[in-house]
Design a protein around this ligand. Structure first.
Ligand SMILES: [Zn+2]
Length: 423
């Protein structure tokens, strides 16, 4: 006859070195306790972790350790075990035996951790902890232990195209610099700060994962001086590519500066309309409703400078529809001349903000044109912004630098699933 104990031994996959000695339901805690002990077979199989010797013996037991397991019939279940410590007669060392059910965070079984990680992929850690009836700090340790192991195993030997961008922990908070593989579309590495020193850290990480900074052929980034210095200092074979999305972001910012200035200094009738229309100017016409389009046309006629700045931004974006860098080079040149000509007119003096964008484009033109030569889409970098929001949401209430990096890898590093990691 199959006893419940035998059944649980099989369900837990204990093999013949361990056995469920007693299964008991704790009325007070409404929890199932599975009391496990080792069999003599354990000592046949156990080897000294220091020198590999056989013939090890039991030194003593650590009493009453517990591991939370998956629920059984909707009741919480725990493995309870006096965990043996082995001793090696050859070298005299003593160690804690690794029980086969133990997950990475020590207080849970592997199965429980796999389930908890699945939940945490879908929802904030706090919410998953509530569902599991666990403390959220313990759940963070589960994610951390998994991410640490999985990220350590990431191979960067074929990384050639890298994107770099900054992520704020929260509005106005300290920054992380995030490095991503544009070919695999995966986050590679993140580190605090947003200066060229972050490159030193990234290069160390590359080396630790079989990669090499001289293997990088393209680095995609915004137009900040610090990142460009990092590339020059560490990656001599890499062409800098300035993202389309960062170039357009500068133009958007300039349009907004014109709008704000015109809202303050323009005709009184224009002011209210400009104050309320901020979002209209950041959108592309195809994304506007018919009503919004009509409004935009009206503003365009009344408020010459903001409307003109907006047209400049659209014209800039159209350059990216061209398919050769030669054609793009010519159009960028025309665009810069047009913008400056307009900005010189007395009635259009606010367009000097747009002329600033023209200066920026001219001084970064090689990297901007590299967009056409790179052959790898920057869409992943643009998409990272929504990844950053997801990470902040999942880590709500626990946004230490360490947790943010852990969650970033968990969400976007394409780590192998927990079950695939040898353990
Ligand atoms: Zn030994």
């Amino acid at each position: 006859m199959t006893t419940p104990e035998k059944l649980f031994s099989e369900l837990l996959g204990l093999g013949d070195a361990w056995v469920v000695e007693r299964a008991a339901f704790d009325e007070a805690k409404k929890a199932l306790e599975l009391h496990v002990r080792e069999t003599p077979k354990l000592w046949d199989e156990e080897r000294c972790p220091h020198d590999g010797s056989a013939g090890v013996v039991c030194h003593d037991h650590v009493r009453g350790l517990r591991w939370r397991h998956l629920n059984v019939f909707n009741k919480e279940a725990e493995i309870v075990c006096d965990l043996p410590r082995g001793r090696c007669p050859a070298c005299g060392k003593v160690w804690r035996v690794d029980p086969p059910w133990e997950g990475r965070a020590k207080h849970f079984t592997k199965e429980f951790e796999a389930f908890a990680l699945t939940l945490m992929r879908e929802m904030p850690v706090k919410k998953a902890a509530e569902i599991l009836g666990e403390q959220d700090t313990r759940m963070w340790r589960v994610v951390q232990a998994y991410v640490e192991e999985a990220h350590a195993a990431v191979d960067m030997s074929d990384v050639t195209c890298v994107g770099v961008d900054e992520m704020a922990r929260a509005k106005g908070h300290r920054y992380l610099t995030v490095f991503a593989d544009l070919v695999r579309k995966a986050v590679l590495f993140a580190t605090p700060g947003k200066d060229s020193e972050t490159w030193a850290e990234f290069v160390k990480a590359l080396a630790a994962h079989n990669g090499h900074p001289h293997a990088l052929t393209h680095v995609s980034m915004d137009m900040s001086k610090a990142y460009a210095k990092g590339v020059r200092d560490y990656c001599r074979n890499a062409q800098i590519v300035y993202d389309k999305f960062h170039v357009i972001a500068h133009a958007n910012q300039a349009v907004d500066l014109v709008r704000r200035a015109e809202a303050q200094s323009g005709p009184a009738t224009a002011r209210e309309v400009l104050v309320k229309s901020r979002w209209l100017w950041l959108k592309n016409p195809e994304n506007l409703s018919r009503k919004q389009r009509a409004r935009l046309r009206q503003i365009d006629q009344d408020m010459l400078q903001t409307g003109r700045a907006y047209q400049m931004r659209l014209a800039l974006q159209e350059i990216y529809a061209l398919d050769s860098s030669a054609a793009a080079a010519q159009r960028f040149g025309e665009w810069c001349r047009w913008v400056r000509r307009e900005a010189r007119k007395a009635s259009r003096w606010l367009l000097h903000h747009m002329a600033g964008v023209a200066d920026l484009i001219e001084s970064h033109i090689a990297g901007i044109l590299a967009h056409w030569e790179q052959g790898v889409t920057n869409a992943f970098m643009e998409g990272l912004n929504s990844v950053f929001s997801a990470v902040r949401r999942k880590a709500r209430g626990y946004r230490s630098i360490r947790n943010m990096i852990t969650m970033l890898y968990f969400v976007a590093a394409k780590l192998p699933s927990p079950a695939m990691l040898s353990h």
